[in-house]
Design a protein around this ligand. Sequence first.
Ligand SMILES: [Zn+2]
Length: 387
Amino acid sequence: MPQATAFEQALGTLAPSVIEETIRVTEIPAPTFREGTRAEYARARFEEIGGWEDVTVDSISNVVAVRKGAPDRARLLVVAHLDTVFPDEATPVTRSRGRLTGRGVGDNSLGVAALLGVAQAIQKHAPKGLGDLILATNVGEEGRGDLRGVKRLLKDYQGQFDAVIAVEGHALNRIQLHGVASLRHEISVATDGGHSWGAYGRPNAIALLARAITAIEPLMPEVGVEPRTTMNVGVIHGGRSVNTIAPDATLELDIRSVDPQRVTSLLRSVRAAMRDAVGEEGEMAFRRIGNRPGGTIEEDHPLVQAAVQARSGLDLPAPEFNAGSTDANAALDLGYPATCVGVTTGGEPHTPREWISTGPIAQGVPYLGRTIVNAARLSRSDVARLG
Ligand SMILES: [Zn+2]
């Protein structure tokens, strides 16, 4: 197919411009909840590429470019998150010996830059037989963003797409099959408190909370047991002064599993065990402070195979099929076929020392472009909702 060849040739020459784009994107700070400036940049780039039905920015700064395709083919929503875990400040990039180093350089500036590069190649060389493409650079993937950007897109574009691909810069050799579901709760105990001498004998909220933590010890999932499940008390605070019976104490609990049902069942057991431990002596409150849904797609699903086949001839290793916590989670939770693919390899994401290798980008961009095109050529029946 000559069109495919022109498209593939274009993909093969994109790496240098994607690297430059990665630097430009990284140098626009985009902490979660303040992605606006980076979003405006992405919108301008989509406009420059041109050829879209529509380029829009919604009220939370998700940027969306829509390209109409053949009606019988799979309609894809492709997302690359804009936000980083780093607070507002200068985010310079340094280049040395085949590496870029900088905050968010791979997570997810490269994801955004590669998506823009592939978008350009698709518009310029128009591979035949694709379904509709909804390409988005979205907000709120990291931390307390709680996937709010992709959740909004899944809602707003409901009925206009069949499958979802998330792009993460670092994940070249991983294809996501499982969304690790997580639930985070703030759990507090309140009592009447009082003077440690004068009111001695009244219940102490810190002691009650400690009892509650001890009570969930037997529920801690074992290491190395499937489905992989973890539980962590990460923060604890409470009390007023050394001579006050603590009137309040709070902890933050994180529960994760590759099996979403395990998360909810474990949380149910935690609640019961803690309430039992505290009894009538204190007032307990559970407040949800985070909810990342999860789900699973099979390795032989046509969407996953679209990514696997895209690797052939690119001299890439066999992919590792992994469990992740990405924008794909929210789509899997709603029953859409979804996965997450990457563009290069690197290290130390979420630290100021984050780096990526520039060499593999020459394979990673064609891999991403082919994955999107392979997936958008599937028939709509191949990408029906997961059972
Ligand atoms: Zn990321």
